[in-house]
Ligand binder design. Structure first.
Ligand SMILES: [Zn+2]
Length: 173
């Protein structure tokens, strides 16, 4: 199965080989830092997280609090989505940093550049999926058929993305 996919020409790179995901609920908070997203763009973020949960077979639970600051995020806390960005990387759109405890992913941060308040909802969806890929064990690849290509041209997960997520979820949830 894996060999067949690889020989079919898909591209997958694991960010932390040997580290994998559990199958518990995906909890997340979203701190917009008082930046207003249109309802369509806000929905694109939430819908992408729900789409990811459905793909990997995990329930998704938005945090009732609506978002804490990055400083307070600890392993096992809800994934902290932050609509905030450093000034030294003006062209970047997103960044993800997982917490790793032992050989398991345990939440982390996703930073989203506030310029996405001007981006098409479809691009926001692909960006959020891409960053969730990082948070769950996938690295960037150079292959436009994969969502883990930073160009974000792929509309759907490619075969390498899917293979990687199966591997990092120990075969699936
Ligand atoms: Zn990336």
């Amino acid at each position: 199965m894996i060999g067949a996919l690889l020989s079919a020409g898909c591209t997958v790179v694991l960010r932390d080989p040997g580290v994998s995901n559990g199958c518990g609920p995906l909890r997340y908070s979203f701190n917009t830092h008082d930046i207003t997203l249109t309802p369509e763009r806000r929905a694109a973020v939430d819908d992408a997280i729900a789409e990811f949960g459905a793909l990997v077979g995990r329930s998704v639970e938005p945090s009732a609090s609506g978002g804490a600051t990055a400083e307070s995020n600890r392993p096992g806390d809800p994934i902290a989505f932050e609509l905030a960005w450093p000034e030294d990387d003006p062209d970047g759109l997103g960044y993800a940093e997982p917490h790793i405890v032992g050989d398991s992913y345990a939440g982390g941060w996703v930073m989203l550049n506030p310029i996405i308040r001007h981006a098409p909802p479809g691009l926001i969806r692909r960006l959020v999926l891409h960053e969730l890929g990082h948070l769950h064990g996938l690295a960037d690849v150079e292959d436009g058929q994969e969502l883990m290509d930073p160009s974000l041209v792929a509309e759907m997960w490619g075969p390498g993305d899917l293979l990687g997520l199966v591997i990092t979820h120990n075969g699936g949830c």
